[in-house]
Design a protein. Structure first.
Length: 239
């Protein structure tokens, strides 16, 4: 009987202690949950177009020539086209998205064309090469560069006359004019890039002296305008 009372009292004490501990635990402040950690975003490096570069190009050209007719005072027109190819060298400096640069290029050309004057004499011209020295301005969209260019242009052409009586004469000259163009360039990796470019080259009229045995005083003023589309590859020496 005494043992039963002892066990009952022990159980009652244990129950009371459990109730007291539970009440105290309920009164404790709730610990705030840890703040979520924002994921670290990876930002790829922005491509830098600054540096010197050298490259090559290939493409096609189209030109039109206008000769003053030695007999009527009018003009004789004819077109020429052909493959072009050569190289370029230049340098860029980038300020945020703005890219400024200087460039020089040289291209051998196969531009050939011919026509007939008012008397039936055959006239023809062949442009051996073209060259430009230009300034460039562009907008960089990471690896893509959109640019325009403009400056001075040079060309060397040879002209000839074959008269209706079998006589012939030829003349050659180096022209100086102007050029404007635009293009897209894409960086393939840190140093190599590929580009597509269009250029217009304008040259004023130059005097040609083409005396044949049958037309000793044959002369003409001839102008030349050329359009070029080129695909190029550049290697840039930069960071």
């Amino acid at each position: 009987m005494v043992l039963r009372r002892f066990v009952g009292g022990l159980a009652l004490a244990a129950s009371s202690l459990a109730v007291i501990c539970f009440a105290q635990a309920a009164d404790l402040p709730v610990r705030p949950a840890p703040a979520p950690v924002a994921p670290v975003a990876y930002a790829p490096p922005v491509y830098n177009w600054s540096g010197f570069y050298i490259g090559g190009n290939i493409g096609g050209g189209f030109a039109d020539s206008r000769w003053s007719d030695a007999f009527t005072g009018g003009h004789d027109w004819f077109d020429s086209d052909g493959v072009i190819g050569g190289g370029q060298i230049g340098a860029n400096v980038q300020f945020n998205w703005l890219v400024l640069g200087l460039e020089g290029d040289f291209d051998w050309t196969g531009l050939k064309g011919s026509g007939i004057d008012s008397l039936g004499n055959a006239i023809s011209t062949k442009t051996d090469w073209t060259s430009t020295a230009t300034g460039r301005i562009g907008a960089a969209f990471d690896r893509l560069l959109v640019y325009g260019k403009g400056g001075v242009a040079f060309a060397h052409d040879r002209s000839s006359l074959a008269d209706v009586f079998g006589g012939s004469a030829s003349d050659s000259l180096t022209r100086t004019g102007w050029t404007m163009g635009a293009g897209l360039e894409y960086a393939l990796d840190r140093n190599w890039s590929a580009r597509l470019e269009y250029d217009y080259l304008g040259f004023g009229a130059e005097a040609l002296n083409l005396p044949t045995p049958n037309f000793q005083g044959y002369g003409s003023n001839a102008s030349l305008n050329a359009q070029e589309v080129k695909f190029g590859i550049n290697y840039r020496f930069g960071p």
